[in-house]
Design a protein. Sequence first.
Length: 426
Amino acid sequence: MASSDVARQLQDKNVRPLSLSGHVGFDSLPDQLVNKSTCQGFCFNILCIGETGIGKSTLMDTLFNTNFENFESSHFEPKVKLRAQTYDLQESNVRLKLTIVNTVGFGDQMNKQESYQHIVDYIDTQFESYLQEELKIKRSLHNYHDSRIHACLYFIAPSGHSLKSLDLVTMKKLDSKVNIIPVIAKADTISKSELHKFKIKIMSELVSNGVQIYQFPTDDETVAKINTAMNGHLPFAVVGSTEEVKIGNKMVKARQYPWGVVQVENENHCDFVKLREMLICVNMEDLREQTHTRHYELYRRCKLEEMGFKDTDPESKPVSLQQTYEAKRQEFLGELQKREEEMRQMFVQRVKEKEAELKEAERELQGKFEQLKRLRQEEKNKLDEKAKMLEDEMNAFSKRKAAAELLQAQSFSTNVNIKKDKDRKK
Ligand code: GTP
Ligand code: MG
């Protein structure tokens, strides 16, 4: 048993029922709640998914009995886009901020593989904005414009065969994120017997492919009967029209054909009234609640778990946000230290490598220097040898020169003496 259940049981045992001896006034709490909600106003967001021109805008206009701003989409959009428009509506004293989101270009691309992705991203973005608001220190959720999608009307083409693979894939991708209400569009273009078979086929395909569509709630006994019956009519076959046609002495919304008139609000003609009843009159609040308690909760849980937050530790003991934060911080610091150590090791390694490289370069330089020194020495030796040889040659030359000079001097003096002798003899 969960610890919160145990705590509640213990608490309940300590609670004693007492009867009041007079009127106190807290029986007005439900009225206070109604007044407060009425004052605040409501918000409801519908996503219409369907091929271009399938009748999305016409159905919205018919459902809310007004003319919303409508843009015709082209069939040549390169990718699916989502267009959201918000309106302020009022009925009696109840204000409703209604956002209608339309898929533009859905099913028009040659490659439809990514068609659903833009829708998934849009829904997640709205959840994320809400989560961010919730996580703020200074929250203002009471006046926050909640853009989360409360109902997704999935328009099925009245082909009379079966669902397209694009329909199945898209619904499968969205069923855990949004309340899907499938509708067969332009149901006036399909015969009664074909429509019956088509509905059965669609439901069996959804079941066999595990697509979870929104089920009208049956736990509240005031609406259990009608909701159970309506669950059996899904998918609703709808007809939309903003045209009014005179039937008897009344003007009614209808589509006029050469062979007859299709009345939008005639339950023998289509399920439009059932859809309006279920979507707006009976289950609007449940759709809002389911969006918050089921789809948003799932998104929030996954997102927080992704961020590393948990409610319990591996031994199923409760863990507070503070503890998780501390654990995350420690983990982060540990990781940081590890990274620092790794970087330090890497740095040391790089320094060592650089040192070895420098040493190698130094060794190479030293080798080159030694070689140059050797070459220089050899050159010097050769030059010295040459110088010595030249010196020797010079010495020999000087000696020879001196000898020659001596000889010259001797022969000169001999010649002088001979001349003197001759003169004397004369
Ligand atoms: P985009 O926004 O351009 O993708 O189109 P849409 O899906 O909003 O369709 P829209 O409501 O503009 O309708 C397209 C055409 O279908 C118009 O000519 C409508 O009159 C027609 N149409 C709308 N609803 C029905 C319907 O229930 N039955 C038939 N037969 N035609 C319809
Ligand atoms: Mg439209």
